[in-house]
Design a protein around this ligand. Structure first.
Ligand code: NDP
Length: 367
């Protein structure tokens, strides 16, 4: 499909509906870009899948072309809303057939956590690129299987780390890498929200693989790594549970954890399902500091340093993420902060260590 037709379709116009001069003006403004589009099927049409689909309407390089869902009524709605043809609609039992569909390049897995690994591996075996939500899997062993399966299939494995493409986050990371804060020796990450419905999958160990740490604490782990630019060598962690009925065995309500890094930097973090408005990163160095609050919500993100506010336009995170992921897959672009399977695996290794530290009460070394 030519660039011109793509733009017109995205803009919701038919060629006939446009007067020629207006169409030519649009052409001059918008049609120079490359015609390469990543054609994506979303698996799991829930709350976040819906958000991603809405954000993709404004993408330049990624397009929603298919769905994989267990709920026929949602499929009908999405077909109407996004113009998805029947031949691009699958359910969990038959989506392996996607291998015979040349119109889908990638599948974005947005299901409960425990389904990430089995579904991602099936997608890879069908020869399609995998984009998988965080946490990439339930533990590092599962994550390794996913990385190996995608490598064997020759497909990309990317993780939905939308903050890695967010402009203010990238500017703070740029300043840190440029040494503008001096030696960064302390990071604080506070990640939490107050969870509602006790029957939801996030509080079901079989589907979630844990509690707040898997869902929201992972942002502080991941943030510590990209803000400090190092990988931790040890963790310590402590769990607090005020409601053992709601937060059953192995479903953590609140965990405080600490990480130590090769440079001598330390991170002190909180992951919780019991507090709202807890979304803050603080980075302190020998020459300056950066603070972000909110730091990982849907935005706008607010960031400032010892020199003043960090200014950047707010763009819907998932729109930028999907365009950048298209560039990674189609052009081989290297993102400023990685989003590949190895990156997802690093967070899972740390999560494993944190849970072990909670259970044993001991400092856990990470090799
Ligand atoms: P939801 O419960 O809203 O949606 C999950 C969807 O998965 C369901 O609607 C359903 O879609 C499908 N599904 C398949 N099997 C099951 C099952 N056994 N039980 C429940 N649902 C099932 O969850 P979210 O959309 O909030 O979260 C999905 C994933 O996205 C999680 O891994 C979460 O961590 C991640 N996430 C990431 C965010 C980010 O900012 N990066 C933000 C929020 C979530 P269908 O009916 O179509 O089959």
């Amino acid at each position: 499909m030519g660039t011109r037709r793509i733009f017109l379709k995205r803009a919701g116009f038919s060629t006939l509906a446009l007067s020629l001069p207006f169409a030519e003006t649009l052409s001059a403004m918008n049609f120079e870009r490359d015609d390469k589009i990543l054609r994506v099927a979303i698996m799991g049409l829930g709350s976040y899948g819906t958000r991603v689909a809405e954000a993709m309407v404004n993408c330049q390089r990624a397009k929603l072309v298919g769905v994989i869902s267990g709920t026929p009524s949602k499929v009908e709605t999405w077909k109407q809303k996004y113009g998805i043809p029947d031949k691009n609609c699958y359910h969990y039992d038959n989506f392996d057939q996607i291998k015979d569909n040349p119109d889908i390049d990638a599948v974005y897995v947005i299901t409960p956590n425990s389904l990430h690994k089995p579904y991602s591996i099936r997608v890879a075996k069908a020869g399609k690129h995998v984009i998988c939500e965080k946490p990439m899997a339930l533990n590092a062993a599962e994550g390794q299987e996913m990385v190996a399966a995608c490598k064997a299939a020759g497909v990309h494995l990317l993780v939905g780390y939308r903050m890695h493409f967010e402009a203010k986050t990238q500017e703070v990371v740029r300043q840190q890498r440029a040494g503008e804060f001096g030696e960064t020796l302390f990071f604080q990450g506070l990640s939490g929200f107050r969870i509602g419905d006790p029957t939801q999958w996030r509080l079901n160990y079989e589907l979630a693989g844990g509690g707040s740490m898997m869902d929201i604490g992972i942002y502080s782990i991941n943030g510590a790594r990209y803000m400090l630019g190092e990988e931790p060598t040890w963790v310590t962690a402590q769990e607090v549970k005020t409601d053992p009925v709601k937060f059953k065995e192995n479903v953590d309500e609140t965990i405080t954890f600490q990480m130590g890094f090769p440079s001598g930097a330390v991170a002190s973090c909180l992951s919780t399902y019991s507090l709202n408005n807890l979304d803050k990163f603080f980075l302190n160095g020998t020459k300056g500091f950066a603070e972000m609050q909110p730091s990982t919500g849907y935005g706008p993100i607010k960031a400032w340093t010892n020199k003043g506010p960090v200014e950047a336009e707010h763009i819907t995170h998932q729109t930028t993420q999907m365009d950048e992921m298209a560039a990674i897959i189609l052009d081989g672009k290297k993102p400023m902060i990685p989003v590949d399977g190895e990156e997802g695996l690093k967070d899972l290794v740390i999560i494993d260590a944190i849970y072990k530290a909670v259970k044993t009460g001991e400092k856990v070394m990470i090799s």
